[in-house]
Design a protein around this ligand. Structure first.
Ligand code: PMV
Length: 326
């Protein structure tokens, strides 16, 4: 055994060009490439300890024994690690985060990015970033992007080898801030894992997938040229398209609530008054409002005054996954 334990930290990310639907559900090979911003200040720390006495994996989240579903998901991920490494031992996994689960911030992305890094160390697999990105993808597709900091593209690919993320600009490149208006912390009724499987039942999915490369190209350009206007156009369009697919799946998925639509409307209004703001929404009702660092405090204040907004989480651009010493 290379090492018996590892402690790592990783950050969630918000997709600017969304991943929704797979070519291959087992390996999380996405229907389209996507692009995200890693979120700083929010983190998930994972400690993984290999224990030859155990006869199964044991997961604790924020100090408490995890639900059977969460245990099974992590164990399935570690099964793949065991297969790839040829090592058969089980592990104790402790995960803790500084942001609430179910707050509209994909906790699985940060958790599986941190877990992939820890597992690679403990099971003696490569810790080369591209390889880690492939591993993290097996736990949760979007986790492959959280291996890297800054602005990150997930090259969709066709199979396990060709599907991984690459950084396109470092965190310092552009001072964007994500202000997440939390309108509900209830656990989502349909997980993104189940949602990916439904995507192909929407007649709109082929159109979304076919036009995704153009939006990704425009989004990449907006980031590289720090063009907030172009970013706004492409990010809102892409989010609206993903939700159109969700709403037209069989059965349909409606993640938005009345408050969600109200905030979208206000964001458009603030923009018409001169603010640099745009929205994007993941598989839940909470609204991610992107803005520039010098406007973030004002945006946070305005969002927190809206009826129905429980809290506003503010995150700048963050770093990639890393080891924690000790
Ligand atoms: O990685 P998953 O399976 O949790 O899916 C993420 C799906 C979205 O958050 C809605 C979009 C994305 O690209 O992150």
């Amino acid at each position: 055994m290379n090492s018996f334990a590892a402690t790592t930290v990783a950050h969630p990310n918000i997709a600017l060009i969304k991943y929704w639907g797979n070519l291959d559900d087992e390996w999380n090979i996405p229907a389209n490439s996507s692009l995200s911003m890693t979120l700083g200040k929010l983190w998930t720390q994972v400690r993984l300890v290999a224990d030859q006495q155990l006869d199964r994996d044991l997961l604790r989240i924020d100090g408490a024994i995890a639900s059977p579903e969460a245990q099974a998901r992590v164990s399935q991920f570690l099964d793949q690690i065991r297969r790839l490494s040829g090592k058969a031992f089980f592990c104790r996994i402790e995960s803790s985060s500084n942001f609430p689960r179910g707050s509209g911030i994909a906790s699985s992305a940060a958790a599986f990015a941190a877990l992939a890094l820890a597992a690679a160390r403990v099971f003696g697999l490569s810790t080369e970033p591209q390889e880690l990105s492939r591993l993290a993808r097996l736990g949760s597709g979007s986790a492959c992007r959280s291996i890297f900091g800054g602005f990150v593209e997930w090259i969709g690919g066709q199979d396990h080898r060709s599907s991984y993320a690459v950084p396109i600009a470092p965190p310092q490149h552009w001072e964007l801030v994500d202000c997440v208006a939390v309108v509900s912390t209830a656990h989502k009724a349909v997980s993104s894992r189940a949602g990916h499987r439904l995507a192909k039942t929407s007649p709109l999915q082929p159109c979304r997938v076919q036009s995704a490369p153009q939006r990704l190209e425009a989004c990449r350009r907006a980031i590289l040229e720090r063009d907030f206007e172009l970013l706004t156009q492409v990010v809102e369009l892409d989010s609206n398209l993903m939700h159109s697919v969700m709403m037209t799946s069989q059965p349909p998925l409606f993640y938005w609530q009345a408050e969600t639509l109200g905030i979208m409307e206000l964001v458009r209004q603030w923009r018409s008054e001169g603010a640099a703001v745009c929205y994007t929404i993941d598989a839940g009702p909470n609204v991610h409002v992107l803005t520039l660092a010098d406007q973030a405090e004002r945006v946070r204040e305005k969002l927190s005054q809206i009826n129905g907004v429980q809290t506003v989480i503010v995150a700048p651009v963050g770093e990639g996954a890393s080891f924690v010493e000790g």
